[in-house]
Design a protein. Structure first.
Length: 194
């Protein structure tokens, strides 16, 4: 039986952190090569600030300070949400524009690492690609949960939205950390500037 992530129960959507391969260590890195990893971390910090902003909106809704429709607007304004939605093609159509971060990773960085890097790096890139799919699925589910909350504001819908959000936040934080640790230096060596 061929299952897709959309068939997977929410509680089972995870990154299987225990199966994450490690990239080979790269000796004698220059400061310029390390700069690519620092740049990747800066991009991730930006996205995590936006996740925190969405968490704040959700907390205000839970406290009754804001209408649930504000969550959808906050989510739609998040680069991370828009980027994953655009890249993941969650709307079922080809989008005109890809976000630089995902465009760089999926279209430029990952292929460069796969071509120029050692075999062990190929396994890490494959795992990162698989993790992107989990993140995309969770973002789609969050969008649906938030829309359902607006249509039918209830404690049950609010709890469902909160559950999806919490899982997404944990997955994104874990994914970013893994990505930074395993390919940050490799980007500087095998790809160049990021």
């Amino acid at each position: 039986m061929n299952t897709t992530l959309s068939d997977t129960p929410l509680a089972d959507l995870s990154l299987d952190e225990g199966s994450r391969p490690s990239a080979p260590k790269i000796p004698n890195l220059t400061d310029a090569q390390k700069g690519a990893g620092r740049h990747l971390k800066a991009i991730h910090r930006h996205h995590l600030r936006e996740v925190s902003r969405a968490r704040s909106v959700l907390q205000h809704i839970e406290q009754g300070d804001q209408d649930p429709s504000t969550l959808i607007e906050a989510l739609k304004g998040m680069d991370l949400f828009d980027n994953m939605r655009v890249f993941g093609n969650l709307c079922g159509r080809e989008c005109q524009m890809l976000n630089f971060h995902h465009d760089a990773e999926e279209q430029q960085v990952f292929p460069a690492l796969e071509q120029a890097g050692p075999a062990g790096l190929f396994n890490v890139v494959a795992k990162l690609r698989a993790e992107h799919l989990v993140v995309h699925e969770l973002i789609g589910r969050l969008e649906t949960a938030a829309a359902d909350l607006v249509q039918e504001p209830s404690e049950a819908q609010l709890q469902n939205t909160r559950q999806v959000f919490d899982i997404l936040e944990n997955v994104v934080r874990s994914h970013f950390s893994y990505e930074e640790t395993e390919i940050g230096d490799a980007i500087g060596v095998y790809f160049g500037r990021f």
